[in-house]
Design a protein around this ligand. Structure first.
Ligand code: CP3
Length: 355
């Protein structure tokens, strides 16, 4: 395979020298873009976009046409795995995800199949192959999955949650049941990510959106342990390509050393952590991704530019930083602010990468 033209993102993850700090945005394809809203309306719903490789490809490329982004991310969702396990995923209008079936008993866990990446989840692998072809090696493609803990919250609660009372009840009353579910999910996520790597993903990211609701010890036992196992099972070298892994636990700032010891190449930071302190804490063990508050994009161009400069200065000189938001961009953001953000990262980061 030919080399990727703009490989800043991959180089920064591996802490190799770069000319500019690479930048991409969590949820860079989505409802803040009018062209996304139009295509989604034509397709009928979100899952149709995910399940039709040509549409998933088109949506993936939309933000890259507008902005000078250093990576593309597969357009899909973390809930494809529980859906493929037979839980019946739907998205009600403006409601968030819902599952027709939930996991409550040992028999529910026992009955869960391990989805075949090239079977029930073939539409995701086909999307990866279609996007890879369309990208023509201009920028890398990021594959992704949810963490076992984060997927389990949706499977046990039946949708989004604020209190996480059902899954916490399971954790404290029937820990062996929950460990059985997490164990199965870890196996499935490993197979799924390896499928995406074989289909052409250049890097992978694990989203642990809800790890931060756990206590210190429970985070290690119910989330990090399973992500560590996934990292050990992923193809880190595939057909001559090195595949970097990024682990993002929202609210995980107090566990940086433990996360960095998982074997990942990069740790994603939300906006509550000082990236200068984070860099001191992880040393040269891992790269860092983040971490501007997505709400900064509500401000004007001058504010966005100032906040970008501040984070670049906090990280300081040298490679190992992938600029991003601390969580996904929200649907109410003006695309013009995103252009300001991306261009500011490239413009002001040059000074931090001189030999
Ligand atoms: O980043 C990208 O551009 C790639 C696409 C992507 C989506 N979901 C598309 C999506 C990625 C990486 C995800 C991951 C995801 N999905 C996470 C982890 C990251 C995070 O945000 O914390 C989680 C928790 C989910 C589950 C999920 N999917 C929820 C809770 C919702 C509803 C909330 C919402 O934002 O509407 C979704 C739907 C979803 N996934 C949308 C998109 C673009 C919105 C669907 C639409 O209405 O068009």
């Amino acid at each position: 395979m030919t080399k990727i033209e703009n490989d800043r993102y991959l180089r920064a993850l591996l802490r190799q020298p770069v000319d500019r700090t690479p930048v991409w945005l969590m949820r860079q394809a989505g409802r803040y873009l009018p062209e996304y809203r139009q295509l989604r309306a034509e397709a009928g719903d979100f899952m149709t976009l995910c399940q039709t490789p040509e549409l998933a490809c088109e949506v993936t490329l939309q933000p890259l046409r507008r902005f000078d982004l250093d990576a593309a991310i597969l357009f899909s969702d973390i809930l494809t795995i529980p859906d493929a396990m037979g839980l019946g995923l739907s998205f009600g209008a403006g409601e968030g995800p819902r599952f027709a079936k939930t996991i409550q008993h040992q028999r529910d866990v026992d009955a869960l199949p391990l989805p075949d990446p090239e079977g029930e989840l073939r539409y995701v692998m086909d999307a990866v192959r279609t996007i890879k072809k369309a990208l023509a090696q201009r920028v890398p493609l990021i594959g992704f999955s949810g963490s076992p803990w984060t997927l389990a919250t949706y499977m046990v609660e039946g949708g989004s949650s604020k209190q996480f009372s059902r899954i916490k009840q399971m954790m404290y009353r029937e820990p062996a049941l929950l460990h059985g579910l997490l164990d199965k999910l870890a196996t499935s996520v490993t197979q799924y990510l390896n499928g995406q790597i074989a289909a052409g993903a250049d890097a992978v990211m694990i989203f642990d959106t809800w790890g931060g609701v756990l206590s210190h010890q429970d985070y290690q036992d119910f989330s990090l342990q399973y992500m560590t196992r996934i990292i050990q099972g992923i193809h880190r070298q595939y057909e001559g390509r090195v595949i970097p892994v990024t682990l993002f636990t929202k609210g995980g700032g107090q566990w940086l050393e433990a996360i960095a010891a998982s074997g990942c190449d990069a740790v994603g930071l939300d906006w509550t952590t000082d990236i200068a302190v984070a860099r001191q804490r992880v040393g040269d063990k891992v790269a860092l991704q983040g971490n501007m508050d997505p709400a900064v994009l509500q401000g004007d161009d001058a504010l966005v530019t100032a906040k970008v400069q501040q984070i670049l200065q906090q990280y300081g000189h040298g490679s190992g930083h992938v600029f991003n938001l601390g969580h996904g961009i929200t649907p109410d953001i003006e695309p013009a602010r995103v252009k300001t953000f991306v261009d500011a990262v490239h413009h002001f980061s040059a000074a931090y990468h001189q030999a």
